[in-house]
Design a protein around this ligand. Structure first.
Ligand SMILES: C[S@@+](CC[C@H](N)C(=O)[O-])C[C@H]1O[C@@H](n2cnc3c(N)ncnc32)[C@H](O)[C@@H]1O
Length: 223
């Protein structure tokens, strides 16, 4: 079994063109063997599969980043968390511009590598760290400013975590609101750098100002 004679016999039975195809297939298999072994090892290991991101990486234009941090009135005493930090531009800008500490969280390995590389290149590693973490399992208690560029439903999904924050924490979101929570301010930023010109920035401050669903009267007990 597997001897040169056996193989020649098999190839003869297959005919010339099928034999060529079979040889090509065998060569391909041999070439891919290390990858197949790696995949099998990964599948059998205890390592959990990486969690899929809830939204893809799209960077906020620098002009909008600057306006977000301005609107949040960042000072050097703040700690800025960017939830889903992408290339780290928001945390790097916060630290450079205001001298504050800042932490960027992301869940995608190559994005985290890129952000860490950018932090190193900016020489700001003493103020900025990039963490690999799922933002929906984070304790946000260390933040005094939170920046977001996610999606409307993801902002809403963060509300239980934001409700636990101490009073006075500023939250700014690029483009997306938070249904059920009234913003303190909404501003438009014109910028031609990206695929569209008009960007919106929302600001909320904790405790969150929840909208009262229509039909309910807030805080008043009827006599
Ligand atoms: C639209 S980008 C925003 C990047 C950056 N904040 C900015 O404004 O330039 C959203 C980022 O969130 C990350 N992300 C998605 N789901 C996540 C999750 N559950 N936990 C942590 N990061 C997540 C993505 O990998 C992506 O880099």
């Amino acid at each position: 079994m597997g001897s040169a004679g056996d193989i020649r016999g098999t190839l003869r039975r297959l005919g010339r063109s099928k034999a060529v195809l079979a040889l090509l297939f065998a060569a391909l298999l041999a070439q891919q063997a290390p990858n197949v072994v790696r995949l099998a090892q990964k599948a059998l290991s205890d390592e959990p599969a990486p969690r899929r991101p809830d939204v893809s990486y799209v960077p906020t234009p620098q002009k909008v980043v600057d306006r977000m941090l301005e609107l949040a009135q960042v000072t050097r005493d703040d700690v800025v968390y960017d939830l889903g930090c992408g290339d780290g531009r928001i945390v790097i800008t916060a630290a450079r511009q205001y001298g504050c500490r800042a932490i960027g969280y992301d869940i995608v390995d190559w994005v985290i590598d890129m952000a860490r590389e950018n932090v190193a290149q900016a020489g700001i590693g003493h103020l900025v760290t990039i963490e690999n973490a799922d933002i929906f399992t984070l304790d946000l208690g260390g933040a005094s400013v939170i920046t977001l560029y996610l999606l409307p439903d993801l902002n809403v999904r963060l509300i239980p975590q934001l409700d636990k924050l101490r009073p006075g924490v500023r939250i700014v979101s690029h483009n997306f609101d938070m249904a059920g929570v009234k913003p303190d301010q909404v501003v438009t930023v014109k910028d031609a750098e990206g695929p569209y010109d008009d960007h919106t920035v929302f600001l909320w401050t904790t405790p969150l100002n929840k909208e009262v669903p229509s039909g309910e009267v807030s805080g008043v007990t009827p006599r």
